[in-house]
Design a protein around this ligand. Structure first.
Ligand SMILES: [Zn+2]
Ligand SMILES: [Zn+2]
Length: 344
């Protein structure tokens, strides 16, 4: 089968590799789309080191090709031809975190670094637990968004966003936009901050209550003006810029919650002090990945049309355009670039 293989930093080769074989509890999926996320950009640039060669890609959708014998007994929702979204984290199901409902922190999820990826190949064999059917009406390009949407669900659960609260999303890139969509499903009034005019316009079209350019406008004052002087109840930081963290702490009300959703390449200190956190009862947390429950809910939001991912598809590239696609994904001009496995 064809696969985009990262053989060294900044070297992606389209190779002919062995088609995976399945065991009794597995499903073979012919992939149709895979998003190029920050993880793949970091792997490509070399900022994130991996054992090479590796087939990147973790936001995949496709069509069931073959089903293991045991799966046939357990799952009548899967048949050859079923369209599916794939949760490409293989969770052990047996460690402390898996057994206490936090499988996103599974102690064994990175044991085999390659098992979490593989979306840039034509086929992927996975445990049936990782396979989530989507309705035939949902285009597979949009089903590939189940993974990042699931991470936003995890993120907003982590700060216990509740009905009619005020939420600030710092950063209006693809993850900021998906937080905006999920946050609206959860009934929040949403403020979005970003220095990019185009991105603010898109956020406002997607339903943001107010968009703010923190470089030109007084973000804390604007937020206070709309919240009886308090600031927002909850905040998600989706941009790794140091100024994004400053906006979060400056804009969040006493008693508010902040989730650091983004990951960082460097060590970035918090722009506050322990006494401020103490006095204002600010809850600061992070969120990592998603659980199976978050994934299932993401699939439902997409299938029910409550999250509309179509507007975030900036480009679809064939295998031959994969490297150019990764480079395009690294610019602020795109939201998601998708590998289209069947395009010429
Ligand atoms: Zn992702
Ligand atoms: Zn585990």
């Amino acid at each position: 089968m064809k696969a985009g293989v990262l053989t060294a930093p900044q070297r992606i080769e389209i190779q002919d590799v062995d088609k995976p074989k399945i065991g009794g509890r597995d499903v073979l999926v012919r992939l149709k789309y895979c998003g190029i996320c920050t993880l793949e950009q970091r792997m490509y640039s070399g900022r994130m080191k991996f054992r090479y060669p590796v087939i990147p890609g973790h936001e995949a959708s496709g069509v069931v090709e073959e089903i293991g014998e045991e799966v046939k007994i357990l799952r009548d929702d899967l048949k050859p031809g079923t369209t599916v979204a794939l949760d490409l984290v293989s969770r052990c199901g047996e460690c402390y975190y898996c057994r206490t409902g936090a499988s996103n922190l599974c102690l064994n999820r990175f044991k085999d670094g390659k098992s979490i990826l593989g979306g840039f190949g034509e086929y992927r064999a996975v445990s049936s637990k990782q396979v989530f059917p989507v309705s035939e009406e949902l285009p597979l390009a949009e089903a590939a968004f189940a993974e990042p949407v699931a991470c936003c669900i995890r993120s907003l659960k982590k700060i216990e966003l509740s009905l009619a609260e005020d939420l600030l999303i710092v950063g209006a890139g693809p993850m900021g936009m998906m937080h905006l969509m999920v946050g609206q499903c959860m009934g929040a009034r949403i403020f979005v901050s970003d220095p990019d005019k185009e991105r603010l316009r898109a956020a406002s079209e997607a339903g943001a209550y107010l968009t703010i350019d923190p470089a030109r406008e007084d973000l804390p004052a604007l937020l206070r003006a709309h919240t009886e002087g308090r600031g927002v109840d909850a905040c998600v930081v989706t941009s790794p810029a140091a100024t994004a963290l400053q906006s979060a702490f400056a804009g969040t009300a006493a008693g508010g919650r902040i989730n650091i959703y983004t990951s960082y390449n460097e060590k970035v200190p918090l722009p506050t002090d322990a006494n401020t956190i103490h006095k204002a009862e600010i809850l600061v947390t992070g969120s990592e990945g998603r659980t199976e429950e978050d994934f299932l809910q993401a699939v439902r939001l997409l299938v029910l049309g409550k999250v509309e991912a179509r507007s975030l598809i900036s480009q679809r590239v064939p295998f031959s355009g994969l490297e150019a696609g990764i480079k395009a994904a690294m610019t602020a001009k795109t939201y998601r670039v998708l590998l289209d496995h069947e395009a010429e």
